[in-house]
Design a protein around this ligand. Structure first.
Ligand code: ADP
Ligand code: DP6
Ligand code: CO
Length: 372
């Protein structure tokens, strides 16, 4: 370390978008290492809209590791944070900035403490994959700070230990999380199937039905499903492996009909698994909230609107998918369809209507519409 230690702070800021699964991850075979029971495929959203920004700082004057999430201090004592910090520290390399007189040797990283500040520009823990953007961003920023030489896939296996879905946010475009076979998890990592430019026509619209924190976190929800749902076992063994092959093919060929059909079916099966859990989990609403029925009705009306529209056109125009929360992610086959979709959503749910539906994000770099 530099001689006048204590006088310097070294900082890195990173920004990472969230990702939405079109073939869902739901269920772990190893809780600590976060190893899934099936492969999953997602699309990484546009960083302009839904993303996490994380600054990691290190200084000899910091006396313990601290973290702030959305401006509130949170505890880093949980296993997930500790696992990510340990894995990156193990891979830290020498760092030198001659101008500033900072020299950190590999062994020094163990003793240096971190301050981490993270901000999500979208609802946290509301089913829009904040844990995915959050842990991917944390691992990426730490790796940069500590000069770790790992590639994106190796980093994805570390981010996975923070939150499973996070491994897929290390890449843009379409991403597959390979479940892997190794008991230690060395081969459970993300790979990019197609980059951001591959299927440029698609437009993603997010309808925020409720930005409240969900009642059952993804972690405990999927634990309960693994323990009690037979449908989950069937899904993981019989259904998902076939869907993964079909989805990869649909993405490669930009085949929207197959893509939409698989995406909607997989979202519906994931929510069926939640209902098959004992006690059942309803992610399409918020039972603790007076808007219970309104939220649920909003979700079902969105599904029914898309289903009817797709049938009347003879081929799918829009795909819908809901993660562990009531917010709809709608994928339109092109810009023209996206414009029609927004019109329909605004017609069914005018801004003044008595629903929580309050904003739509068009994930195609340009338009942000907030009707709230
Ligand atoms: P979501 O659907 O938003 O991913 P989860 O229940 O999976 O909800 O995860 C929410 C948890 O993820 C939060 O309680 C927090 O522990 C963690 N998380 C969210 N955002 C961040 C962030 N920016 N950095 C680190 N951890 C985060
Ligand atoms: C429904 O990755 O949030 O969004 O690994 O316990 O942190 P943990 O769970 P998390 O689960 C995401 C579940 C999902 C589907 C998906 O993203 O694949
Ligand atoms: Co999550």
């Amino acid at each position: 370390m530099a001689e006048e230690s204590g006088k310097w702070v070294l900082m890195v800021t990173a920004q990472t978008p969230t990702n939405i699964a079109v073939i869902k991850y739901w269920g772990k075979r190893d809780e600590t290492l976060i190893l899934p029971v099936n492969d999953s495929i997602s699309v990484t959203l546009d960083p302009d809209h839904l993303c996490t920004t994380t600054t990691v700082a290190v200084s000899p004057s910091f006396d313990h590791d601290r973290m702030w999430l959305n401006a509130k201090e949170i505890s880093l004592s949980g296993g997930r944070f500790q696992n990510c910090l340990r894995e990156i520290r193990n891979r830290a390399c020498d760092f030198e900035d001659k101008e500033k007189g900072i020299k950190i040797e590999k062994k020094d990283w163990e003793k240096l403490h971190l301050h981490i500040a993270s901000y999500n520009n979208f609802p946290t823990a509301a089913g829009l994959a904040s844990s995915a953007a959050g842990f991917a961003c944390l691992v990426f920023a730490l790796a940069k700070l500590m000069n770790a030489k790992e590639d994106q896939s190796q980093l994805s296996a570390i981010a996975r230990q923070g939150s499973g879905s996070a491994c897929r946010s290390l890449f843009g475009g379409f991403v597959k999380w390979i479940m892997g076979k190794d008991e230690k998890g060395s081969d459970s990592l993300a790979v990019q199937l197609a980059d951001e430019e591959h299927w440029n026509d698609l437009v993603i619209v997010i309808a925020v039905v409720s930005s409240r924190q969900k009642e059952t976190s993804s972690t405990s929800g999927m634990r309960e499903s693994v323990e009690t749902s037979l449908l989950l076992q069937h899904r993981a063994k019989e259904v998902v492996p076939k869907r993964i092959v079909q989805m990869e093919e649909a993405i490669k060929n930009r085949d929207f009909s197959s893509f939409a059909q698989l995406t909607c079916a997989d979202s519906n099966q994931f929510h069926a698994v939640c209902l098959d859990t004992s006690p059942p989990i309803f992610y399409m609403n918020d039972t603790s909230h007076r808007q219970f029925s309104t939220n649920m009705e909003t979700c079902f009306r969105i599904i029914s609107c898309v289903e009817k529209w797709n049938r009347s056109e003879g081929s799918p125009q829009v795909a819908y998918t809901f993660d562990a929360g009531p917010n709809a992610v709608l994928i339109a086959r092109n810009k023209k369809v996206a414009a029609q979709l927004l019109q329909r959503l605004l017609f069914i749910f005018p801004p003044s209507s008595d629903t929580d539906l309050n904003s739509y994000v068009i994930g195609d770099k340009s338009i942000l519409h907030d009707a709230g």
